[in-house]
Design a protein around this ligand. Structure first.
Ligand code: 13P
Length: 250
């Protein structure tokens, strides 16, 4: 049985003061929510405030990116996974489509960052997903397979057992155009089949695959009813305590 994970990706939103305010309203709303693991991934500068606010709750904190080594060094602007762990993070999002599109992230750097995150004891949430033109050209599976082979398949079996995959079709991110439950399920099933072929059926069965892209309180239920959908990675709707709590308590 896979425990669902519902994670919020705050992207480049909120200050430390706003983070504190969010948690004071959010935590009471999910106090009794034990059916799913819960995570919030704020910007780096808000991690300390989030960790402090979430202390003693079931909400885990994560970052949105990390460097691909744990050894400190002269790499201006980067943060090691070990630093995130020391700051109280449990999760880190890796290879989000916005990082792939705007900041040159590749399947190769996704694999390196994932390995470093695992080495530091973080749970990586590794993102994959196709662009609109790729879907329209009927190339969704080809793209997912390439991202899986390049960014994930190089992990050891032991490493693979500790990751979460997020399927985020780029055309559904921030557009209000959520994938239908059936479309999402098809991609999740395909990703699980890739995992089974590479790491075996037991590992594939244990893998959590989250859906991301315009998840809202009014569409989460249909998505979660799909057998291969093990949670959600929520952008915009995770910024409002009431909306994110409603998604968690679907
Ligand atoms: P939205 O929920 O705002 O579409 O964002 C999804 C996402 O990119 C989560 O990582």
């Amino acid at each position: 049985m896979r425990t669902p994970l519902i994670a919020g990706n705050w992207k480049m939103y909120k200050t430390p003061a706003e983070t504190k305010e969010f948690f004071s309203r959010f935590l009471p709303l999910v106090e009794k929510s034990t059916h799913a693991d819960i995570a919030i991934c704020p910007p780096f500068v808000d991690i300390a405030a989030a960790v402090e606010a979430a202390a003693g709750s079931r909400v885990g904190i994560g970052a949105q990116n990390c460097y691909w080594q744990n050894k400190e060094g002269a790499f201006t602007g980067e943060v090691t996974p070990a630093m995130l762990k020391a700051a109280g993070c449990a999760y880190v999002i890796i290879g989000h489509s916005e990082r792939r599109q705007y900041f040159g992230e590749t399947d190769e750097t996704v694999l390196r960052r994932t390995r470093a995150a695992l080495e530091a004891g973080l749970t990586p949430i590794v993102c994959v997903g196709e662009l609109l033109e790729e879907r329209e050209a009927g190339r969704t599976n080809e793209v997912l397979q390439r991202q899986f082979e390049g960014g994930i398949a190089g992990l050891s079996a032991e490493e693979f057992a500790r990751i979460v995959i997020a399927y985020e079709p780029v055309w559904a991110i921030g557009t209000g155009k959520v994938a239908t439950p059936e479309t999402a399920e098809e991609a999740h099933k395909f990703l699980r089949s890739l995992a089974a072929a590479k790491f075996g059926k037991a590992a594939a069965d244990a893998l959590r695959i989250l859906y991301g892209g315009s998840v809202k309180p009014d569409n989460i239920r249909g998505l979660m009813a799909q057998p291969d959908l093990d949670g959600a990675l929520v952008g915009g709707a995770s910024l409002k305590p009431e909306d994110f709590a409603a998604i968690i308590n679907f």
